[in-house]
Every structure is written in structure tokens, then in C-alpha cells.
Write a protein that binds this ligand. Structure first.
Ligand code: BGC
Length: 736
């Protein structure tokens, strides 16, 4: 059986794209490996056990670390990407007394060699199979060199675009994020890596969007919003979970026994291992919950943190803590058992029930093709007045403006130094190759750098615009400000990009604006001035080629926003799924406004246009109601009413009208991406179980209440086709 998954991967790598779902590798059950783990632990010294809890980060010169591996004091390494270094660590393991294989972990998130678009762009496809494909390809590349664990997927929900790490996740919605969490876990695992779902939990809700800040999350919300993607990752087989750096309700997760042991391990039934984040155990002193490293170590282990990532805390202190009886040996044993269980289940030992097999490397062309397929479906066309896009021969002369159009930056974090960086086509070259003969493409850099920090001959850019019929302006979010530790207090265009936009508007030609960004920006002014606006995210190695394909209409855009775009920073956080307020009583969405700002966001969650239009009709609910164990079917007809083929993401939202707690004005409960030829009509069906409508009370208990519900179906969270049903205790209403 174990070869089946590999065989399917090989076959899939020969088939046409997108080659989607592949079964994840089989893993032995925890119970099956328990006797082996117990036998090994019986042979281990305390020092060797503590070594298994030590996840050391490569530090140069690394000879000392090699020696510690030989002594059994380091049981796992992160950030070893050079195959020569990896080989030396593997040799050192063979020279150790028990030869226990190590975890080799890196952040192979969306790029190893070829860069895929960033993960928020994966979510913008609303096609989890594409995320699975991307994750599998990244993992396949990384696994060839001996890496066996990726610190991904990040499954943190965030409603605050000021937080830079929204780039690594799937946005604001628990249902969408859960679908992508599961798909990413399946993909990385099918590519030969174990996964780390991170950062458990609430890391995406730091106060003010400031990275590492504490989060205040009521228990009900924790279970309704932040925990579901972790449950999805666990169900999909993640072997490890990484704890969050920050405090949740005042207690750092790294020292939070309720969250790590009671909730994650006991209630959610997670039987893999939990690692700290980078140096998070020593940082318990910064949080002010530990006086010294010994206390930090004791608190973290007691909380349920099995692996100490880069902290050298367990390594230095667990031995003494056991010997002076401040720490029961059972807690060390429990952590070691989890680490060894994961290693056995991953197949790392020679006598593992299912030995690990690294699937063969895909061809370079295959990975690039996958990267392009993901990019194509990730772009979100948020505005398109008068069919400004796509660029056709009727568009006339096109002026491409912006140094970003010359950029070959694929935005990958790093690649293995020994491998040549793959070539990234510029948008300018990709567009030149695609415009019809006879159609002129003019070009002006406009900026001295791709992120528009300063001008380079602004006057020439304006002249170029004047000479054209259509201006395509490419702007990038400041290149330094996405990712970890890059929260923003301003969400406008960076550098002098706004001034360039204003100057080009004065030239009087329609502007199609392309924005490369890692997060939602406040683009209210740009929206008003541009005739068309495309969110291109950070599109990766094949991204600019895919962008040219979509701008010229070879492929129609089909992305939808996985996060709300605010009008202004003052609106943040704003989400389609806020709770209703008492005033105004009639409004049903975005009820709380400001006197100096509209109550609605610039672009709602789920918004995105195509080059065609879609009409929704015939919403039908299969029964007027259902019991608490029941299900109903919701049906809607969707028709392509334009002249071009396109894909639409059909979205289903509900609202519970009466409940013990206020319920969100809308909640996403289903989505399907469908392709429609011009004029074509399809009936889309959703099954909605009463259990899908459960929510959590203050104690974190799931409840399904009798209540009337509204249901909304459409192409965004503003969907206005509306129906209703009841959940009732009356069995006569059910369709069970
Ligand atoms: C990040 C993690 C990452 C780790 C290792 C930390 O700073 O928060 O997400 O996996 O570093 O690179």
C-alpha cells in the first residue's frame, strides 16, 4: 500500500495540469509504533532523552553541533539546507550510540527553488486543489535534499491587514482557511515532508496588528474562529504543531497548559508533537512569566511544548530540574514519547512499520507549469469599468509604466545556495510576447526601483502615457514590508507611487492598475482614479508570465478576495462576518461606521470580477427546516451572461437570526468554483448540515440551536439572493 501514493504522484506528474488531489502517504497509527517507542526509551539515558527535545538551529561553525549530535545531545536540526551539511549531520547520527534519526526542518512554505505565489494568493484562487498542488511541488523540491519537515502551513486567521504575516495564511475566514489548511497539509505530505501547522493559536490576532503582540480572544471566539483551521490540519494528518510566540488572554502560549495540553492535545486529540517557535522558550523571560531560563524550561515543558526550537533551554536545564525534583520525569518521558512516535510514524527509522520514501523529483518544467497555473487563478480583478481589461487589439497603443515591470524578484525567502535561481520573466517581456503584431507597447520605468521609492524621469512616464490609448501601471507594495515582523501603520501606496498615479491620471488616459502586494491595502483613491484594478499579490517565478496571460485575456481572472480590503486604515479591522449591533437596527451588514467614513469596506470578502458576467437565479432550499441532526440542500442556477468563458466562485452564506449569543451578520458556509462557457447555465448544489451551523458558547461547548436562519448565495459576501430555513426540535420539519 505504501507505494500506491508514490505511484500516483509519479503518474500525476505525467498528466495534464492541474494534477490535483493525490493521497497523502500512509502513516502508521500511534498505537502501532508504541511498542517500538517504549523499547527504545527503555534504552535511553536522561541526556539522550533531553537531546530528543532539542531542535537546534544551524550555527556556524557547526563542528560543535556535529559533536553534540554524536553525543545524543542534539536530536533535531533546523535550517540545514546545504546537502553537504545535511550529509555530515546524518553521518554524525550514525556515530551516535542509539542512531536515532533527526528531524530536518526548514520554512519550505511557498518556495524552495521555484517560487510559487505567496500563500494568501493560493487562498485567492478559492481552489484548494491548487494549494495542494503548490504545496506538493514545493515539498518535492525540498525533500530531494534530505529535508523531512516544513514549518508550514501557517493557518492563522487574521482580520487585520496591518499584520505582515497575512501573506503566509489564507485570510480572515475560518471555513475558507480550514479548506486551505487541509489542502496544504495534504500537499506537503504528498511531496514527502512532514508538516507543522502554526502558530497555535491566536498569533494572527495581535492587538493593533503589531506582530508578536498579545491577543485577547474570548473562548467562544477562539473555538469559532481560530481553532477550526488547526482541526482541519490535524484531520489532514499534520505530524507537528508549532506554538505561537504571543500571549493569549495574558498567558504566552509557550507556557499555556490549558491551550497546549488541555485544548490541543486532549480536546482536539492531537497525538503528534508540539514545538515551540524560534527561541520562544527563553523569550518567556521577555514576557515576564519566567525569572530565568530554568523556570522558562519547566513552564514550557509542563504546558506541553515537546520540542525546544533554537532555545537551548531544555538542553541546559531539564537535567537539573529532574534531579532536584522540580520536574517529574513523566513529563520528559511524555514529550520524548511524542517526538519518537512522530519519527516512527514518519518512517525515519530503519525498523519503522512504513519506511519513508521520498517521491521522485518533478521536472523543472513541471514545477514551473504548476506555479503558473496557481498564479493565473490567484489574480483578483476588483474593478473593470467599460471592459478596460483585457488588453485587445481594440485597446490601441498600450503604455506600460513602472519599474516593477522590469522586476525579476520572485519574492522567495531563500533557495538552496548550490542551485541556480530559476529565471523569472519580466512583465514587460511577457506582455511584449503576447501583444498582437502591429499593436504598440510603449514603456517607461517611472521609478528608480521596483517598489517606487523614488522617481526616475517622471516626465517621461507622463509623456509615454499621453502617447498611448491605455496605460497599464504596475505598482508594488514596498518590497521590505511583508512577512514576519513587518506590521504596517499605513496601508496606502508606498513611496512616490501615489504621486505617479496622480500625474498619469492628469495625462487623461484610462489606467489599468496592477498592484503586487502581500496584504490588503487601502486603495480608495487608486480605485477612484483607475479604470481597472487587478490585485496580483506576490506572484512568484512564473507570476509575471501568468499576469501577462490574464491581462491579455488568454485566461480570464477568477480570483476572489480572501480578506476584506478596507477603505482606510481607521476601518481596520473590518470583516463581512462582524456581529450585528443594536444601532442602526435595520442595517444587516457593516453596521458600525464612522462619521467621516463609509460603513462598507472598499472591497468585501469574496469579491472578484471576471471578463464576463454571471447571473444568479432560482435559489431553492430543499426543506423549510431540519432537526439538529438533519441536513438540507441549497440549489442555485448560475449563468454566464457575457461573451467570454469564465470561472465563478459560487458562495453560500448563512445568518442565524435568534441565538443565545449574537451571531455574525453572515458566515461563509460553502463555496464552489465552476467554469461556464458564454451563455452556459449550471445548477450548483450545497448540502448544509445542522452541525455546520453549530457555534460555541462561553465555555467553548458547541451548540446547535433551534432558530430561523437566512441564507445568501452569490459571487461575494455581498450576495443578495436570499432564502430561509429553520433549525427546529420538531422532527416533522427535518429532511433527515
Ligand atoms: C517564525 C516561524 C518559523 C520559525 C523558523 C519564526 O520566527 O515565527 O513561523 O517557522 O521562525 O524559521
Amino acid at each position: 500500500m505504501r507505494f500506491l501514493g508514490i505511484l500516483l504522484i509519479v503518474l500525476a506528474s505525467l498528466g495534464p495540469l492541474p494534477a490535483l488531489s493525490t493521497p497523502s502517504p500512509k502513516r502508521a497509527a500511534a498505537g502501532d509504533v508504541a511498542p517500538k517507542v517504549a523499547a527504545l526509551m527503555a534504552r535511553m539515558t536522561l541526556a539522550e532523552k533531553i537531546g530528543q527535545l532539542n531542535f537546534a538551529s544551524l550555527a556556524f561553525p557547526y563542528e560543535l553541533q556535529l559533536e553534540e549530535v554524536r553525543q545524543g545531545r542534539i536530536g533535531n536540526m533546523l535550517n540545514v539546507v546545504n546537502p553537504d551539511h545535511l550529509r555530515q549531520f546524518k553521518e554524525a547520527v550514525q556515530q551516535s550510540r542509539l542512531r536515532i534519526p533527526m528531524l530536518y526542518g526548514i520554512d519550505a512554505v511557498y518556495a524552495f527553488r521555484v517560487a510559487f505565489p505567496v500563500p494568501i494568493a493560493w487562498a485567492a484562487t478559492w481552489k484548494p486543489e491548487l494549494a495542494e498542488l503548490a504545496a506538493r511541488m514545493v515539498a518535492l523540491e525540498a525533500a530531494q535534499d534530505g529535508i523531512n519537515l516544513t514549518f508550514a502551513p501557517m493557518v492563522d486567521i487574521s482580520r487585520d491587514p496591518r499584520w505582515g504575516r497575512v501573506i503566509e495564511g489564507a485570510g480572515e475566514d475560518p471555513l475558507l482557511a480550514s479548506a486551505f489548511a487541509a489542502a496544504r497539509v495534504r500537499g506537503y505530505r504528498a511531496g514527502g515532508l512532514a508538516t507543522a501547522a502554526k502558530h497555535f493559536v491566536g498569533y494572527g490576532a495581535p492587538e493593533g496588528g503589531r506582530d508578536y503582540n498579545g491577543a485577547q480572544i474570548p473562548t467562544a471566539e477562539l473555538f469559532d474562529r481560530y481553532i477550526p483551521p488547526f482541526e482541519a490540519a490535524i484531520a489532514a494528518g499534520t505530524e507537528t504543531v508549532m506554538a505561537s510566540f504571543n500571549t493569549v488572554n495574558g498567558v504566552p502560549v509557550t507556557a499555556n497548559r490549558w491551550l497546549v495540553t488541555d485544548v490541543l492535545k486532549t480536546r482536539l486529540g492531537f497525538d503528534g508533537l508540539v514545538m515551540s517557535d524560534f527561541v520562544a522558550i527563553p523569550e518567556l523571560m521577555n514576557h515576564g512569566v519566567a525569572a530565568d531560563l530554568a523556570q522558562a524550561s519547566r513552564k514550557a515543558l509542563h504546558a506541553g511544548i515537546d520540542l525546544d526550537m533554537a532555545g537551548r533551554a531544555y538542553d541546559r536545564h531539564l537535567d537539573a530540574l529532574v534531579k532536584d525534583r522540580s520536574l517529574p520525569m513523566t513529563e520528559i518521558d511524555a514529550a520524548v514519547r511524542r517526538v519518537l512516535t512522530v519519527k516512527y510514524r514518519m518512517g525515519l527509522f530503519a525498523d519503522s512499520p512504513l519506511p519513508r520514501e521520498v517521491p521522485p523529483a518533478p521536472s523543472d518544467a513541471r514545477v514551473r507549469e504548476a506555479a503558473r497555473a496557481v498564479a493565473r487563478e490567484s489574480f483578483v480583478l476588483v474593478k473593470n469599468n467599460g471592459a478596460t481589461l483585457p488588453i485587445t487589439p481594440q485597446s490601441g497603443t498600450v503604455a506600460l509604466i513602472g519599474a516593477a515591470a522590469l522586476s525579476t524578484n520572485d519574492h522567495s525567502w531563500y533557495g538552496p545556495a548550490r542551485l541556480e535561481k530559476p529565471k523569472t520573466e519580466t512583465l514587460k517581456a511577457a506582455l511584449e510576447a503576447r501583444l498582437g503584431s502591429g499593436q504598440r507597447l510603449l514603456f517607461a520605468e517611472g521609478f528608480a526601483d521596483p517598489c517606487g521609492v523614488s522617481f526616475k524621469d517622471k516626465a517621461a512616464a507622463v509623456e509615454t502615457a499621453r502617447a498611448a490609448d491605455l496605460v497599464v501601471l504596475v505598482l508594488s507594495e514596498d518590497c521590505t514590508v511583508s512577512g514576519e515582523g513587518t506590521s504596517r501603520a499605513h496601508l496606502g501606496l508606498s513611496g512616490v507611487q501615489q504621486q505617479m498615479l496622480d500625474a498619469l491620471v492628469a495625462a487623461g488616459k484610462p489606467i489599468a492598475l496592477v498592484v503586487e502586494t502581500g496584504r490588503p491595502l487601502a486603495l480608495t483613491d487608486a480605485h477612484a482614479k483607475a479604470a481597472a484594478l487587478m490585485i496580483a499579490w506576490q506572484p512568484g517565478t512564473e507570476g509575471r508570465t501568468a499576469l501577462a496571460e490574464v491581462l491579455t485575456g488568454e485566461f480570464a481572472p477568477s480570483g476572489k478576495l480572501p480578506m476584506t480590503f478596507p477603505r482606510s486604515i481607521g476601518q481596520v479591522p473590518i470583516s463581512y462576518s462582524d456581529l450585528p449591533t443594536s444601532r442602526p437596527s435595520t442595517a444587516d451588514r457593516y453596521t458600525t461606521g464612522y462619521i467621516d467614513e463609509a460603513s462598507t469596506p472598499l472591497y468585501p470578502f469574496g469579491h472578484g470580477l471576471s471578463y464576463t458576467t454571471f447571473a444568479y437565479s432560482g435559489l431553492a432550499v430543499s426543506a423549510p427546516g431540519m432537526g439538529r441532526a438533519g441536513a438540507i440542500e441549497i440549489r442555485v442556477d448560475v449563468q454566464n451572461t457575457g461573451l467570454r468563458a469564465g470561472q465563478e466562485v459560487v458562495q453560500l452564506y448563512t445568518r442565524q437570526l435568534v441565538a443565545a449569543r449574537s451571531r455574525p451578520v453572515r458566515e461563509l458556509k460553502g463555496f464552489q468554483k465552476i467554469a461556464l462557457a458564454p451563455g452556459e447555465r449550471k445548477t450548483v448544489r450545497f448540502t448544509l448540515k445542522a452541525a455546520d451551523l453549530a457555534y460555541h458558547d462561553d465555555a467553548g461547548k458547541a451548540v446547535i440551536e433551534p432558530s430561523p436562519f437566512r441564507v445568501f448565495v452569490g459571487g461575494s459576501s455581498s450576495a443578495d439572493l436570499e432564502g430561509g430555513f429553520q433549525i427546529s426540535d420538531e422532527q416533522t420539519l427535518t429532511s433527515e
